[in-house]
Write a protein that binds this ligand. Structure first.
Ligand code: FEO
Ligand code: CA
Ligand code: CA
Ligand code: CA
Length: 525
C-alpha cells in the first residue's frame, strides 16, 4: 500500500516552473490527467482542470424568518439522511467576526450593546439543510432543521463538578475545526476563546479582558469557553465536553476502539503548545476518560490524571482544575511544545495520525510541516508511538502553513493553507500567492506530490474541507475574504463572491471529474 514515497517530493506545480502536463495519475496509465494550478494572487477562486466550484451559502443568507448564516465560516461536516444520501444537514462553524463587516465599529472602538449583540450572534455555528437538486448541492431555506448556535445558546457543562460555579454555559464561540463521532454527533472546537470573554489571571482571580469587549455587557466566566462541544444534529441539543480539557482546541478527531471506547486527538493551536489525546472509559461516550499529552522526545503519551501525577497533585486542587488549566498541567508533566498544532486526521489506510503544524514564527519556522504519529502496534489507545515529519512546508514542497487536513476514502490527503492575510503575497510567502487547497495523491505517477487544486480570493483562506457521502463533492469554507479592507470600508481588497460590493465569507462546493477520479480510484490489490 503506502505508495507515498520519499522520491515523490518533487517540485509542485508552478513554483519551480515544472511542466507536469500529460502526467497520468492512474496506475493503468489511463483516465484523468491531474494537473495542478500555479499560485494565483487574483481576487477569484481558481480551480485546476477537472474541478469546478459553486456557491452554496454566504454570510447573512436567511435560514428562515428568524435566523441568518453567521460570519467567517470554518469546519464543515455533512450528516446525510439515513435513507437518502442526496439530502442531509451540513454543519458549518462560524469562527470569529471581523467587526468592520459585522457591526460596523472600528476595532479599537468600544462596542455599544448593539455592536456586541450583532457580533455575538454571528459566531458559533449553523446547521443547514442541503439537497442535491439536478446534480447540484443546494441550500434549502426554511427547513425545520436549519438552526443557529451563537454566543448566547445554552450548553450543559458535561462533568461531575460545576465549572466556575455553574453546570451550564451561555454560548459557543471561536469555533475553528471539529470532528464527528461514530454515534452521529458533531464536535465543534472552541479555539481562540480568550478573544471573547478573556482569560482568568490565575494569580489573583481577576479577568484579562478579551479584545471584543463583550464582557462590558455580558458577565460570562472565561472558564466556560475553550472546550470541545458535542451537538446532536437530530435534537439540536449540545453540551461541552469537560473531559477533553480546555485550551485553544483546533479540532477533535475521533477513532473508535474495538470495544466501543473512543480516542479523540486534538491540538492546542498556539505557538509552543501541545498535542492531546483523550481515551474514553466508556463506550460511545465522551463524559469520562483519561487525557494525555504528547511527549515527542520520549515518544510517549503522558497522563494528565491527578492520581497518576504527584506534580499535578501538588499544583492543582482537583482534576477539574487540571481540565480548566490544561496548558499549565501539560507543560508540568513534560508535554512537547509544538509549532502550533492545527487539524488532525487519521489515514484511513494505515491508521497513522497526521497533524498539521502550521508554523512557529518566533522560532523562524515560517512554512510549517505535517507530523505523522504512528501509534505502537497501530492501537490508538497505546501510550507509546513513533513519529516522523511527513512533509515540510516551503517552496520545494509547494505549500506553506498547513491548517486543515482531510483524507478521502481512497486515502488522498487534502490540505488547506493558512498564510495569514497580512502576510500573503509578501516575503517570505510571496511565491505561494493566495491561500489554496492542495491534494497529495495516494496513487499514480504523481503520488506523494503536493498539487494545488484551488486558489482562494484575496486575503481569504480555505477552511473546513469535507465530503458528501458519495465523495463527489467537497464542501469548503472561504473565510475572511477582503479582511485587509480599510476599517471604514471605503477601500475593499476583495469583492468576492459577487464581484462588486462587500466581500462575504461563504461555503462553496467543489466537484468535477478530477475530484471523482481521485476519490474513487481503486486501491491496488
Ligand atoms: Fe482557527 Fe487554528 O485555525
Ligand atoms: Ca489557522
Ligand atoms: Ca484552523
Ligand atoms: Ca479535517
Amino acid at each position: 500500500l503506502g505508495v507515498i514515497g520519499p522520491g515523490a517530493i518533487l517540485a509542485s506545480a508552478g513554483l519551480a516552473g515544472c511542466d507536469h502536463k500529460k502526467y497520468a495519475t492512474n496506475k493503468e496509465n489511463i483516465e484523468f490527467l491531474l494537473e495542478g494550478i500555479s499560485p494565483d494572487s487574483k481576487d477569484r477562486i481558481l480551480t485546476a482542470e477537472g474541478f469546478n466550484w459553486e456557491l452554496l451559502i454566504q454570510y447573512e443568507d436567511k435560514l428562515n424568518s428568524e435566523d441568518s448564516f453567521g460570519f467567517n465560516n470554518d469546519f464543515t461536516a455533512f450528516f446525510p439522511d439515513a435513507n437518502d444520501s442526496e439530502s442531509g444537514l451540513l454543519w458549518v462553524n462560524h469562527e470569529y467576526v471581523d467587526v468592520k463587516f459585522v457591526s460596523g465599529r472600528k476595532r479599537n472602538e468600544e462596542p455599544t450593546k448593539d455592536h456586541a449583540d450583532k457580533e455575538m450572534y454571528n459566531v458559533g455555528g449553523s446547521f443547514i439543510r442541503i439537497k442535491r437538486i439536478d446534480g447540484k448541492w443546494t441550500f434549502i431555506r426554511d427547513d425545520e432543521y436549519n438552526r443557529r448556535y451563537t454566543a448566547n445558546t445554552r450548553f450543559e457543562l458535561l462533568w461531575d463538578e460545576k465549572i466556575a460555579d455553574k453546570s451550564e454555559a451561555f454560548g459557543t464561540l471561536a469555533n475553528c475545526a471539529g470532528g464527528k463521532t461514530p454515534w452521529g454527533t458533531l464536535l465543534t472546537c472552541e479555539e481562540n476563546y480568550h478573544d471573547a470573554f478573556g482569560e482568568r489571571n490565575w494569580e489573583d482571580g481577576s479577568i484579562i479582558p478579551g479584545r471584543y469587549n463583550w464582557q462590558k455587557f455580558y458577565d460570562r466566566p472565561p472558564e466556560h469557553y475553550g472546550w470541545v462541544v458535542e451537538i446532536d444534529p437530530e435534537t439540536g441539543i449540545g453540551h461541552k465536553l469537560i473531559a477533553l480539557g480546555r485550551c485553544a482546541h483546533e479540532c477533535a478527531t475521533v477513532h473508535q476502539l474495538k470495544d466501543g471506547r473512543v480516542v479523540v486527538y486534538s491540538g492546542d493551536d498556539k505557538t509552543d503548545e501541545c498535542i492531546y489525546k483523550f481515551v474514553s472509559s466508556e463506550a460511545n461516550s465522551l463524559k469520562h476518560g483519561t487525557l494525555y499529552v504528547a511527549n515527542l522526545e520520549e515518544k510517549k503519551w503522558i497522563s494528565l490524571s491527578i492520581d497518576d501525577q504527584p506534580i499535578l497533585k501538588e499544583k492543582f486542587s482537583s482534576q477539574t482544575e487540571i481540565q480548566v488549566r490544561l496548558r499549565e498541567a501539560a507543560h508540568l508533566v513534560g508535554g512537547t511544545a509544538c509549532d502550533r498544532p492545527e487539524d488532525i486526521e487519521i489515514d484511513p489506510i494505515t491508521g497513522h495520525v497526521f497533524i498539521a503544524l502550521t508554523n512557529n514564527k518566533p522560532k523562524d519556522n515560517y512554512f510549517g510541516s505535517i507530523l505523522k504519529i504512528m501509534e505502537s502496534n497501530n492501537e490508538h489507545d497505546s501510550l507509546e508511538f513513533e513519529w516522523e515529519t511527513f512533509r515540510t512546508g516551503g517552496l520545494e514542497s509547494g505549500f506553506a502553513c498547513p491548517d486543515n487536513l482531510a483524507f478521502d476514502n481512497s486515502g488522498n490527503l487534502w490540505i488547506t493553507s493558512d498564510i495569514s492575510g497580512s502576510a500573503l503575497n509578501k516575503e517570505p510567502y510571496k511565491e505561494f500567492g493566495n491561500n489554496g487547497l492542495f491534494v497529495v495523491p495516494r496513487f499514480g505517477l504523481r503520488a506523494g506530490e503536493v498539487i494545488q487544486i484551488a486558489s482562494a480570493p484575496v486575503d481569504a483562506e480555505f477552511t473546513g474541507p469535507s465530503f458528501d457521502k458519495e465523495q463527489n463533492a467537497l464542501f469548503l469554507s472561504v473565510q475572511h475574504p477582503g479582511e485587509g479592507s480599510s476599517e471604514d470600508l471605503s477601500e475593499l481588497t476583495s469583492h468576492w463572491p459577487s464581484g462588486k460590493g462587500l466581500p462575504r465569507p461563504s461555503v462553496i462546493v467543489i466537484s468535477g471529474k478530477g475530484l471523482e477520479y481521485l476519490t474513487h480510484i481503486n486501491l491496488p490489490e
